[in-house]
Design a protein around this ligand. Structure first.
Ligand code: NAD
Length: 503
């Protein structure tokens, strides 16, 4: 592993090529094919990554299946398994600067933000180790003096984890930690555009010395490697984070093998700012909520509804902020908005700014400094005077672009917020606490924040409603997905057993 000790090391250097991690070995793909991994800031190649396909997925599933059925992982003492989980957490902590560096190099996300994000990743492992120990508990039902019925949790089997590129390490550990801590074996299929930290996770887990085949990483494209994982009959569950349309394809393709699927999908989340809100705090929240992580964030507040009485003042303040956002090199700790993941996504986000223009929005954008012309930069943009029926207000753009709209009163704010297919997150700003609760209850989304930014506590459920997801992960809620509940009925009475065919 490369060491990143000081600021001087933070340059856009080439990285070693990456292999697949199967059955505790780093191996090339069966076909020998590779994917060129491109730096979003320079559009130069970072390295080559082994391209896993169906045959590599088959190898990884066979290893994970063997590890689950015949290896020690599922049956070892809990303390022993959890010791492995804590070892992974400690190793992540040791490598935090390197993880943040590789994440920013690979994704174009500003390093100040990746540092903050990856520092929570070790916590995913520690948290789930604690949860398994303290909260993975069954129920007992005494039925008169005749039966005791009790539930136990069993690991489900081989877990297929498919992740996106927008917060790769955080989202990978968010799935790997509960899957492993509950005793499953894992195949991680990271996004093809962000393989660096997934490979580092494989190196870290290799160092933690888990039994053979318990954790595997197969890099590759969604339509080949991802699809083979989804269709494999020896994989019992798929936890997926990504676009809504991909989620829908995965559910269809997993149907023949009847997999359990957890879906964390896209969003187009509203932020509602009432006239009685704390103006400055609401402004901070709106700006950070759409422009942090380059706007490539599932819970971004990409639809602003500001009460019409404060619209002019609020929009003026917003423009001032947008003008001053520091666009720059993702590896510069001062940078607030970096480069988008790849040229394809860059084109998509830019095309939405054009669509906004055609639909009649007034466009207000920051300036991209000339020196950054090689990178996939999209300037932070406000689509002013938008209407909720426009495409730019209804479709997920997934970049630093926000549709700005107004509302008259509480009723209209709720109506507009809910007039959309998505339902991932929502934000409400008001100093009337009753109104805050009312609106939070009425907005159709899985997660609501009142007078708060997107701050998460790992104990709480995470997930969306409508087209933003199915199921909840996080806290003990994830156990419903990562474990199989079993009921055991035990008779404690000597009562007669019903009989057939007895003379
Ligand atoms: P994506 O759907 O394009 O890809 C996600 C993953 O799915 C990748 O690993 C990809 O290779 C794989 N994949 C693609 N097609 C597949 C197929 N047919 N079968 C199996 N796997 C397949 O998403 P993305 O562009 O990487 O990520 C951005 C999206 O993720 C946005 O929509 C964003 O809102 C969403 N997201 C949601 C959450 C959440 O928690 N709800 C969090 C982060 C990102």
């Amino acid at each position: 592993m490369t060491s990143v000790k000081d600021q001087k090391a933070l340059t856009h250097t080439k990285q070693k090529d990456i292999l697949l991690y199967i059955n505790n070995e780093f191996v090339p793909s069966v076909s020998g094919a590779t994917i060129k991994n491109i730096n979003p800031f320079t559009n130069e190649q970072i390295n080559e990554v082994a391209e896993g396909r169906a045959e590599d997925i088959n190898k990884a599933v066979a290893a994970a299946r063997e590890a689950f059925d015949n290896g020690p992982w599922r049956t070892m003492k809990l303390e022993e398994r959890l010791a492995c989980i804590y070892r992974i957490a400690d190793l992540i902590d040791e490598h935090l600067p390197e993880i943040a560096y590789l994440e920013s190099l690979d994704t174009g996300l500003p390093i100040a933000q990746t540092r903050a994000m990856v520092s929570r990743s070790a916590e995913n492992f520690r948290f789930y180790a604690q949860m398994v120990k303290t909260r993975l508990v069954g129920d007992a039902y005494q039925v008169d003096e005749e039966f005791i019925n009790y539930t136990i949790h069993k690991p489900v089997g081989v877990a297929g984890l498919i992740t996106p590129w927008n917060a790769p390490f955080m989202l990978e550990t968010w799935k790997v930690a509960p899957a492993l801590a509950t005793g499953n074996t894992v195949i991680l299929k990271p996004a093809e555009s962000s393989p660096l930290t997934a490979n580092l996770l494989a190196e870290i887990i290799h160092k933690a010395e888990l039994p053979k085949g318990v954790f595997n990483v197969v890099h590759g494209y969604g339509e080949t490697a991802g699809d083979a994982l989804v269709r494999h009959e020896d994989v019992q569950l798929i936890s997926f984070t990504g676009e809504t349309t991909t989620g829908s394809t995965i559910i269809k393709n997993s149907a023949d093998t009847l997999k359990s699927c957890s879906m964390e999908l896209g969003g187009k989340s509203p932020i509602i700012v009432f006239e009685d809100a704390d103006f400055d705090r609401a402004l901070d929240a709106v700006v950070w909520g759409i422009f942090s992580f380059n706007g490539e964030r599932c819970t971004a507040n990409s639809r602003l509804f500001v009460q019409e009485t404060i619209k002019d003042e609020f929009v003026d303040a917003l423009k001032e902020r947008v003008k001053n956002i520091r666009i720059g090199d993702p590896l510069d700790p001062e940078t607030e908005v970096g480069a988008l993941i790849d040229k394809g996504h860059w084109n998509k986000v830019k095309s939405y700014v054009e669509i906004g223009k055609e639909e009649g929005c007034e466009i207000f954008s920051a300036e991209i400094p000339e020196e950054f012309s090689k990178g996939n930069f999209v300037a932070p943009t406000l689509l002013l005077n938008a209407d909720n029926s426009m495409r730019v207000a209804q479709e997920e753009i997934f970049g630093p672009v926000m549709a700005v709209m107004t509302f008259k009163d509480e009723e209209e704010a709720i109506k507009l917020a809910n007039d959309i297919n998505y339902g991932l997150a929502g934000y409400v700003w008001t100093n009337d606490i009753k109104k805050g609760h009312r609106v939070a209850h009425a907005v159709e989304a899985g997660m609501l924040w009142v007078n708060s930014q997107n701050v998460r506590d790992l104990r709480t459920p995470f997930g969306g409603s409508k087209s933003s997801g199915i199921g909840r992960e996080g806290g003990h809620y994830g156990f419903d997905f990562y474990t199989e509940q079993k009921i055991v009925h035990v008779s404690i009475a000597e009562h007669r057993i019903q009989q057939f065919g007895k003379k």
